[in-house]
Design a protein around this ligand. Structure first.
Ligand SMILES: [Zn+2]
Ligand SMILES: [Zn+2]
Length: 341
């Protein structure tokens, strides 16, 4: 067996760079040489022991791209050595009532790559071949590492299904908020207001086309929204931070008939204050959005066509030995961090 490197979390707050055997593949699998893998909030949660379903020890990393280096017998019908690919990290059972009714993201027995089974903070990863998508040559491996987060955001907009000409506020301009901003504009938003306390992120939001950028420490978001919408509130709020207070903030700026997308991952014990009367009276909708059903292909197309700029979101490229620093949030002003194993 060939020894290869991987970053493994053995228990919360304990990460090691280890030698692992190159993963073996079954007849329906492919072996991928990982080129790029994004660091996601979920990886931080796994490191901190806050991701409920995570199993330890685990090699995290679920936003990855790479080159196929070995193909199982069955898989060779449709994928070849040398193919540049991304993989959908969500492996579902295909048997449960949700899988069999077009709601694979609600699968009762899903095994996400990088959370329950080993992920791509490693030189090599073995995945079922039918989880992979070939990527066009116009997309770099680093950009391709953002296909998965873009696909998750696309699902969020599938949930909202806005009408062109809508107004939107986005709370939080991390990588996810900045992808949502671009999707909002692509889908016909005529006003986008982004709230973000970190200056470098506000700058990038403005560069990516936000109409109004708010520092919530200096300015009152509710006042800004009131001013910019003639007191009506916005049609869509994307909550891209995670936490009860951000949902409550969304409820203060949403307009009549508006839709709030709960996208940020809140602490599991958080409870928000919601006034049911206003949900009733103004027909407000609060929608959750979880992972990426049926949206990987569209994410690839949007990145390949330059409809979404993900390259601007990448601020750091690191090797495996810096992964722990990234998970401890010790890197300076990160937006998207890409691991190059
Ligand atoms: Zn992620
Ligand atoms: Zn299922």
């Amino acid at each position: 067996m060939i020894a290869t490197k991987a970053a493994r979390i053995d228990a919360p707050f304990s990460l090691r760079i280890i030698d692992v055997d190159q993963p073996s593949i079954g007849p329906c699998d492919v072996l991928i040489r990982v080129e790029s893998c994004g660091v996601c909030g979920t990886d931080v949660h796994i490191y901190e022991g806050k991701a409920g379903i995570a199993r330890y020890p685990i090699i995290p990393g679920h936003e990855f791209s790479g080159r196929v280096v070995e193909v199982g017998r069955e898989a060779s019908k449709y994928i070849s050595v040398g193919d540049r690919v991304v993989a959908d990290p969500t492996i579902v059972c295909g048997r449960c009532v949700y899988c069999r009714s077009g709601r694979i993201h609600l699968c009762l027995e899903w095994t996400p790559i990088g959370v329950v089974r080993d992920g791509a903070f490693a030189e090599y990863i073995s995945v079922p071949a039918n989880q992979t998508y070939r990527i066009p040559g116009s997309i770099s491996f680093d950009e391709a590492a953002l296909v998965e987060p873009v696909s998750c955001c696309i699902h969020g907009w599938d949930r909202i299904s806005p009408k062109p000409g809508f107004t939107a506020a986005i709370i939080g301009a991390g990588p996810i908020g900045l992808i949502h901003l671009q999707l909002a504009k692509l889908l016909g938003a005529v006003l986008t207001i982004v709230s973000e306390p970190i200056e470098s992120r506000r700058k990038l939001a403005a560069e990516l086309g936000a109409d109004i950028v708010v520092d919530p420490i200096e300015e009152d978001l509710q006042e800004v929204v009131h001013r910019e919408t003639a007191g009506l509130g916005v049609d869509v709020v994307i909550e891209a931070v995670g936490g009860a207070r951000y949902l409550e903030e969304a409820l203060r700026i949403i307009g009549r008939g508006g839709r709030i997308l709960v996208f940020g991952v809140a602490p599991e014990e958080d409870k928000a204050y919601v006034n049911p009367y206003i949900l009733y009276r103004y027909e407000l909708a609060i929608l959750g959005s979880f992972i990426n059903p049926y949206s990987m292909g569209r994410a690839i197309s949007m990145i390949a066509s330059r409809s979404i700029d993900v390259d601007k979101l990448i601020t750091h490229r690191i090797t495996l030995d810096k992964v722990e620093q990234a998970l401890k949030r010790e890197l300076r002003n990160p937006i998207k961090v890409i691991v190059k194993p």
